[in-house]
Design a protein around this ligand. Structure first.
Ligand code: CTP
Length: 224
């Protein structure tokens, strides 16, 4: 059977205010890179859309660098027809400045109110296109909740049509280990405390491998 094709989004987005300043967050891309390594070790075709971080993509992985959420959206839309599964670990800024000021904005005596406009939700957009003539994709997302609310994570899983959601907190940003809640819609939640991101990545890749294989079997059985 053909190896799965996996798209991973990882790292932060940067939304420019002017040529010097930007809005962003502290995501490091660590978990996404671990998922890319684990999938690559299994011989899968791995596309890693990686935001501006210091980490280097693993060898053999196809690297798609991005800076802004709109650039990430474009990468995901272009790759979509060829992927079997997507892991959305990027910390995408939900808003961007309404305009990018050319050069460096000078300060004045007045306060400065920035107007922010909505960015695309990359994962929700793909959830809306989950099935098409190329089959049904496996979607894995994260729910970054300050209070690790299981209810909110389940709501995101339904809205974005996820097969698996991992609930985590801002404490996990940039670390090698973390606390997660593993939630497959319709199943009880499983707490993973102080788990190494490398081990979590292996579990995620195993989950995707099983789901992709069973969907391919269903399609073969239905004569598609
Ligand atoms: N995500 C995305 N594009 C966005 C926002 C989020 O692809 N513009 C993805 C993230 O990669 C993550 C999931 O959606 O897998 C949930 O992200 P999260 O920040 O927890 O939630 P939001 O949907 O942005 O909602 P809120 O910020 O209101 O909690």
């Amino acid at each position: 059977m053909k190896s799965p094709v996996l798209l991973i989004t990882a790292g932060p987005t940067r939304e420019p205010i002017d040529d010097v300043r930007f809005l962003s967050n502290g995501a490091s891309g660590t978990l996404g890179i671990e998922v890319a390594s684990a999938a690559q070790a299994k011989g899968w075709e791995v596309h890693l859309a990686l935001g501006p971080v210091h980490l280097i993509p693993p060898e053999g992985v196809i690297h798609h660098p991005f800076t802004t959420a709109c650039e990430l959206e474009q990468i995901a839309v272009e790759l979509w027809p060829r992927v079997d599964a997507m892991v959305a670990s990027a910390a995408v800024c939900d808003y961007r400045p309404a305009e990018r000021i050319a050069g460096k904005r000078k300060k004045s005596g007045e306060d400065w109110n920035l107007t922010l406009i909505r960015n695309p939700d990359v994962l929700a957009g793909r959830g809306a296109q989950k099935e098409d003539e190329w089959g049904q994709r496996v979607l894995v997302g994260f729910a970054l909740e300050a209070d690790q609310s299981e209810e909110e994570a389940r709501r995101k899983a339904v809205n974005k049509r996820l097969d698996l959601v991992l609930c985590n907190t801002p404490d996990n940003l940039g670390t090698a280990m973390g606390d997660y809640v593993w939630i497959e819609p319709g199943e009880p939640a499983v707490k993973l405390l102080d788990v190494a991101k490398r081990d979590l990545a292996v579990k995620i890749v195993e989950f995707i491998g099983t789901r992709v294989a069973s969907r391919r079997c269903d399609r073969a059985f239905n004569g598609e």
